[in-house]
Design a protein around this ligand. Structure first.
Ligand SMILES: [Zn+2]
Length: 255
């Protein structure tokens, strides 16, 4: 007969669940691919039309920019939904594995799917799509602003070159921030479902800038249903939710 025994010194893996770097790395080019064709076509259409060369009327240039934006945006939104769903599924699997490995000394079983987890995944997918839409709108506004700035052909073209560089760094930020946000949010729901109600804030100084409030929170224990009010807007937040926040939540078990 097999005797089940509690391990004598059961402990939580000290670093806790981390963020899936390979997911970030795969997401980045996919996000870039959403916007890059629109950026490149804007530039080549303006060049082809000769409008820039002739320093044409602003409204003609704006009409071209508007037409390209209307052509690309529905497709960008549709692809964003597919990207979100695919990566959320990867992150969800990662969440189960990393939580099981963090709490391997405890007999907690996590399931891939539950109504609460599925609902949260669907919310995160909608939030991702809305965020991509906002980025597209911002991009459009930026090009239109360049057109109406009166900086002339050279100015508009230079701005379009800048926008390509900006788009690349935005894609990187989106991939990293969204991966952390999705992982942290799904972990939180899954842990609470398993009866883990508290977490320890682990500050990471990996980011370029440190948030003093996150440094202060390091090592403190908080409840998932009453997280600390240290969000950038002063509201409640979890580790990894704010832009470029690399902090982590370590599950805290009470005996
Ligand atoms: Zn942080």
């Amino acid at each position: 007969m097999k005797i089940l025994r509690r391990k004598p010194r059961a402990q939580i893996s000290s670093n806790g669940p981390s963020y899936p770097v390979p997911v970030m790395q795969r997401m980045e080019p996919e996000v870039l691919k959403l916007f890059l064709p629109m950026v490149i076509e804007s530039r080549s259409e303006l060049r082809k039309s000769g409008l820039i060369a002739m320093d044409s009327r602003q409204q003609d240039i704006s009409a071209i920019i508007d037409r390209i934006y209307s052509k690309y945006m529905p497709d960008i939104v549709e692809k964003a939904k597919a990207i979100a769903d695919r990566f959320l599924s990867d992150i969800n699997r990662y969440s189960v594995k990393s939580l099981e490995s963090t709490l391997k000394d405890f007999s907690i079983k996590f399931t891939d799917s539950s109504p609460a987890v599925d609902r949260k995944i669907s919310d995160l997918s909608a939030e991702f799509v809305a965020m991509i839409k906002r980025v597209g709108e911002k991009h459009h506004d930026r090009v239109l602003k360049a057109v109406s700035s009166g900086s002339g052909a050279a100015g508009i073209f230079e701005e379009l070159m800048n926008i390509e560089g900006v788009t690349r760094s935005i894609a990187k930020n989106i991939a990293e921030d969204q991966t952390r946000k999705m992982t942290s949010t799904i972990n939180a729901v899954r842990l609470q479902e398993a009866g883990v109600t508290k977490f320890r804030w682990l500050h990471s100084s990996g980011g370029k800038t440190q948030r003093p409030l996150h440094v202060e929170a390091d090592g403190q224990i908080y409840s998932y249903n009453d997280p600390p009010h240290i969000g950038d807007d002063g509201g409640p937040t979890l580790p990894g939710l704010e832009p470029n926040c690399r902090c982590r939540a370590i599950p805290e078990l009470t005996f």
